[in-house]
Design a protein around this ligand. Structure first.
Ligand code: AKG
Ligand code: FE2
Length: 225
């Protein structure tokens, strides 16, 4: 993927914010932040929200058939067996092997996202599996890199929960911290480049597998052409 100058600058901007956010709070401590830290996070979210393309994240049912969701799980497992990247917080990523790109394309994820949000979204080549299957795996607060696309959609393809306090995608808003739990076949879509977000750690035995898809947000002229 060749990045434009704007994307390079955008990525530097996201990275700088992510660094600042991580110096403010550790995702493991998010549920017990003190009032001062919460206020700081809310103010940071206010700065970003002025530019966000969506007011808040939206959960919707993808309508993808169970058999196709199971196929996605298998494709993820195969991708993991080829190469798994794990970051310091335990989140794993695996790629979609090229021979499955056509199958994933046929799922019509872009169309489903457009219908659910009413936003003029166009596809990017950004799609990757995310796996949390080790105790305490999570993801610190961050802004997504702009090169991944303007909006991020997370489709849940596997979810094994073992306790009441299950892991969630979290988003910081000017009003506070929101948690989003969505089951197999459901999606969360949000402006990942402008919404401060992360994933609270999974518990022992818990497993979450997501397909993360990036979309561009076309201006109205682009959407019409
Ligand atoms: O796992 C989640 O809920 C969030 C993942 C995410 O934000 C990312 O991979 O950039
Ligand atoms: Fe993200």
């Amino acid at each position: 993927m060749k990045l434009t100058a704007g994307q390079v600058l955008g990525n530097q901007y996201s990275a700088a914010w992510t660094k600042a956010l991580r110096s403010v709070v550790d995702i493991n401590d998010l549920s017990s932040v003190d009032a001062g830290t919460l206020q700081c996070l809310r103010e940071m979210a206010s700065v970003q929200s002025a530019y966000a393309k969506m007011d808040s994240p939206v959960i919707f049912n993808s309508g993808i058939a169970e058999a196709d969701l199971r196929l996605l799980s298998d494709i993820c497992a195969e991708g993991m067996s080829i190469e798994t990247r794990q970051n310091a917080s335990g989140k794993k990523n695996a790629r979609i092997a090229p021979q499955y790109a056509e199958f994933v394309g046929r799922l019509g994820l872009q169309q489903r996202a457009v219908e659910a949000t009413g936003l003029p979204l166009t596809a990017t080549d950004g799609a990757v599996f995310i796996i949390y299957d080790e105790p305490q795996a999570g993801l610190g607060l961050h802004l997504d890199l702009t090169s991944f696309g303007g909006l991020t959609m997370l489709l849940c393809i596997e979810r094994r929960v073992t306790s009441d306090s299950s892991s969630a995608t979290v988003a910081v808003t000017p009003d506070g911290i929101d948690e989003y739990r969505y089951g197999v076949g459901e999606c969360l879509i949000f402006d990942g480049t402008r919404t401060i977000h992360g994933r609270t750690p999974v518990g022992d035995g818990e497993k979450i597998v997501l397909l993360s898809v990036g979309f561009e947000y076309a201006s109205s002229e682009e959407a019409q052409s």
